[in-house]
Design a protein around this ligand. Structure first.
Ligand SMILES: [Zn+2]
Length: 374
């Protein structure tokens, strides 16, 4: 149904808007112009509200500094308050332990919520909701790591415990998003890069929001295991293609389904069949080129559905038919220099070099693959 899907696009756009666009628009130009060379992250003390925290000073732009806190949040310090709100320190930067973060979350959410610790997560949920959510997040992450590792993608152990917040209903979730100043409407779950949290709610039928949660959980896993970088500009067809790929339940169950039909994102596939012919690459080629070159279509309400569907198709094709290309494009984009604008021409050059072919031939192969799917 339209609104459900829309919620997911909104959510993905929020992530893009709040983090990547911020980084791309505000931070990059300084470095792209070569005005401030990157010296590598430095430990600092910095002021958040009235509290001094220890963090890692990542980078400066002409207007702000970007600092990562011990809980994995990304904070900004305005350039004109750098002197008063940020000081160098000799203390080593240590990410918060799971125990410290658990205590912090208990204080933050109060006695109406449990904080359940699993191997990789701290799940904040209304009291007495049992293991359903913690198991779901844990399963999603395990399947993600397994899927990526099998295909040669470099996966590292995350530095921060991942936090998933389950609010009791949609209204409580919007209130929480408001509190965090995340401007969003009509979503059933989001991954917010700035606070490194997945947020969703328990007020509807799980089946109706499960695909969204799996999509957002895949973003969180990707950004926490180094499959994507939180501080560089990864093309949206790659990040959203990965998100879309993990929506089907079959990819997230133990020992992902052997049947390709169950791994297909049925909604993306139906949209592609409805909007373009797949018997040739006539329609697809233009889309592949647009997504390889830039992210504009993901921000255009008229085009966003097709952008997500083509992104899914590209990543799914690579993961099924070209493991090397799949691993190489992820490993390459994850290790690009931080805060550097990824320019259109360069995106195309890198894509064609990594795939060993031009976008047109790639689109031909993709069309044949899609046309043959059950
Ligand atoms: Zn997304």
């Amino acid at each position: 149904m339209y609104p459900t899907k829309l919620r997911r696009w909104h959510s993905a756009m929020i992530r893009t808007c709040s983090a990547l666009v911020l980084l791309a628009c505000c931070w990059t130009p300084v470095f792209a112009n070569g005005l401030q060379p990157f010296r590598g992250p430095q430990p600092v003390r910095f002021l958040v509200g009235t509290n001094w925290q220890t963090g890692l000073h990542l980078i400066d732009s002409s207007t702000e500094s970007l600092v990562m806190a011990r809980d994995g949040w990304l904070h900004t310090v305005a350039a004109d308050s750098r002197q008063t709100k940020m000081q160098p320190t000799r203390k080593r930067f240590e990410p918060a332990s799971a125990m410290q973060m658990r205590n912090q979350l208990r204080a933050e959410f109060g006695s109406d919520f449990d904080v359940v610790a699993t191997q990789n997560f701290l799940v904040v949920q209304p009291r007495g909701r049992g293991d359903r959510w913690p198991e779901m997040f844990e399963d999603c992450h395990r399947s993600f790591v397994d899927f990526m590792t099998k295909r040669g993608v470099q996966v590292r152990h995350g530095r921060f415990p991942m936090v998933a917040v389950v609010l009791p209903d949609a209204r409580a979730m919007y209130a929480e998003l408001d509190r965090l100043k995340i401007d969003v409407s009509r979503v059933s779950g989001i991954y917010a890069n700035r606070c490194n949290r997945v947020m969703t709610h328990d007020g509807g039928r799980l089946a109706s929001i499960a695909a969204t949660v799996r999509h957002e959980a895949a973003h969180q896993s990707a950004f926490n295991t180094g499959v994507h970088s939180r501080v560089n500009d990864t093309p949206s067809w790659i990040t959203e293609g990965v998100g879309q790929m993990f929506e089907p339940a079959a990819i997230n169950s133990a020992g992902a389904s052997q049947r390709i039909g169950e791994r297909v994102n049925a909604e993306s596939m139906a949209h592609l069949r409805k909007t373009m012919t797949l018997r040739s690459s006539k329609d697809l080629a233009g889309w592949v080129q647009r997504l390889v070159d830039g992210d504009e279509a993901f921000r255009d309400p008229v085009e966003v559905h097709t952008a997500y569907s083509v992104a899914w198709a590209m990543m799914f094709y690579l993961s099924e038919r070209d493991n090397e290309g799949f691993a190489d494009i992820l490993n390459f984009t994850a290790t690009r220099p931080p805060f550097e604008t990824y320019r259109r021409g360069q995106r195309r050059i890198d894509f064609e070099r990594i795939m060993g072919t031009d976008t047109l031939t790639f689109a031909n192969r993709l069309a044949r693959f899609l046309n043959d799917l059950p």
